[in-house]
Design a protein around this ligand. Structure first.
Ligand code: M6P
Ligand code: ZN
Length: 185
């Protein structure tokens, strides 16, 4: 088992160490996620949207372990939507998760299985509990890097397909300078 201990930077939530994996997501990787697809195509496809540092000290999919990760979302917009994570349900729908904001300002967007979407403002120190059966996505609503720490069960898994095909029932858009959820028609 790979348990060499990474280190946490409390200001940025960055986790570093030999056992930390990093995943990067660029503008090209976000194809299909934004309402304004032409606006996305106008951006440099190689531009970084967010990266995830993850420490997986238990085998993925095995019941009983915990994973720790940090997500760092760049400031930016695609049309009137913010740079954001793809968002996912857990493959095992009855698995929950914690998010803790370290820096920047953002929004945690939650959608339950009945398609009801709400958001919680994120700011340094805010603690967010993602209940089971809820899809979750984070948008950077500020003009600086947004970073947050996450902790989730090792058998939660990621279901990206449901969000990739159906999306959330509402989009978080910048309406006259304020983030607001707008129902998808
Ligand atoms: C958090 C956790 C991770 C997730 C990451 C990025 O760190 O929820 O499991 O991978 O955010 O979100 P997404 O997977 O939706 O791109
Ligand atoms: Zn999750």
């Amino acid at each position: 088992m790979n348990t060499a201990h990474p280190r946490l930077n409390f200001s940025t939530a960055e986790i570093t160490g030999a056992t930390v994996h990093e995943k990067r997501c660029t503008v090209a990787d976000m194809q299909g996620y934004y309402r304004d697809e032409p606006a996305r195509q106008h951006l440099d496809p190689g531009k970084l949207v967010y990266r995830v540092q993850a420490w997986l000290p238990a085998p993925e999919g095995q019941e009983g372990g915990l994973f720790l990760g940090t997500t760092l979302i760049e400031p930016g917009r695609v049309g009137d939507e913010y740079f954001m994570t793809k968002g996912h349900f857990h493959l095992n729908r009855n698995r929950s998760e914690f998010y803790i904001t370290a820096a920047g300002s953002g929004a945690l967007i939650l959608m339950d299985e009945n398609g009801r979407t709400v958001f919680e403002p994120m700011r340094p120190g805010s603690i967010h509990y993602i209940p089971f059966h809820c899809a979750h996505r984070v948008a950077n609503t500020g003009d600086s890097l947004l970073s947050f720490l996450a902790c989730w069960p090792s058998d939660a898994g990621h279901d990206y397909g449901t969000i990739a095909s159906r999306g959330f029932s509402a989009r978080l858009r910048n309406i006259n300078g304020t983030p607001a959820l707008v129902e998808v028609a």
